[in-house]
Design a protein around this ligand. Structure first.
Ligand code: ZN
Length: 277
């Protein structure tokens, strides 16, 4: 088996409590990590032009802008607001040279029990922004989220659903594969193969962290690679086997790691990336 180690990127959510965007760019670069995924609230705080300059000065690849999506809404005005916000997100992603705009697609609107309807709103929302994204050359990365987030964050929960959406929506729409969200899926390998076969550009990002057992909080108890139950080496080889050529992006939402010295977090990411991934 080949031993390509995907270059390391760190999603700034991993150090979001400790560092601003400027500090994260400088901090990752200090440890020679030259990939970063950026969050829009942090980008907004920094300013898009300033961020673009900092990213370029530090030679950072931007492996994604987080996040677009959140399409379902209770009424027409809400749906349109979501589309408008996503169009702005596409422009921001272009401005900082992101490799993709990550879509956390959205859950159920308030008071709704209509998950089928919510999924239709997601499809229609992505279809509404896809022409602009395509024209701007910005790939849209649907990120299937673990089913425990179906109600409030994303009711696209499996690689199969994401592939179905990509098939329907066409070029320029792909998938962000996050080990945390899809490691449990019995059809994982089949769907990774399917994605690459349908479109060699479909696999847009590879997010890594670990699933702690037991998990004590569904939002902020993600593990550092190697501390949990996901066979990340095996997962990586599935991505390698189909020719994925991007970065491995560490994305850890964790109270524990947010309460750790951020330089130590980065060093640990680098070590685990080398030993586990
Ligand atoms: Zn992710």
């Amino acid at each position: 088996m080949s031993k390509i180690r995907y270059p390391l990127s760190i999603n700034q959510a991993t150090t979001r409590k400790q560092w601003t965007l400027r500090q994260a760019i400088e901090g990752y670069a200090r440890h020679d990590v030259r990939g970063i995924a950026v969050w829009r609230d942090k980008l907004d705080e920094c300013g898009v032009d300033e961020a673009a300059r900092l990213l370029s000065d530090h030679g950072m690849a931007v492996t994604g802008l987080c996040r677009g999506g959140m399409f379902p809404a209770a009424d027409k005005a809400g749906l349109q607001a979501a589309i408008d916000d996503n169009l702005r997100a596409v422009d921001e992603a272009v401005a900082i040279g992101a490799q993709c705009l990550v879509l956390v697609c959205g859950g159920l609107p308030d008071e709704s029990k209509d998950i089928v309807g919510a999924r239709a709103m997601i499809r229609d929302g992505i279809a509404a922004i896809a022409p602009h994204a395509r024209a701007a050359g910005m790939p849209l990365a649907i990120e299937p989220l673990h089913p425990m987030y179906a109600a409030d964050r994303a009711c696209i929960n499996s690689m199969e659903q994401a592939n179905d959406l990509c098939d329907e929506l066409g070029a320029g729409v792909g998938i962000a594969v996050d080990v945390y969200h899809v490691w449990w899926d019995p059809y994982l390998k089949r769907e990774i193969d399917r994605a690459a076969k349908a479109d060699p550009q479909r696999l847009l990002a590879f997010h890594i962290c670990d699933w702690l057992s037991p998990t004590t909080d569904i939002l902020v108890d993600r593990g550092m690679m190697g501390d949990g139950v996901i066979d990340i080496t095996e997962f990586r080889s599935m991505m390698e086997d189909v020719g994925y050529e991007g970065y491995a992006e560490v994305e850890i939402f964790s109270t524990r790691w947010w309460n750790t010295d951020p330089d130590e977090v980065v060093v640990t990411c680098i070590e685990r990336h080398q030993s586990v991934c």
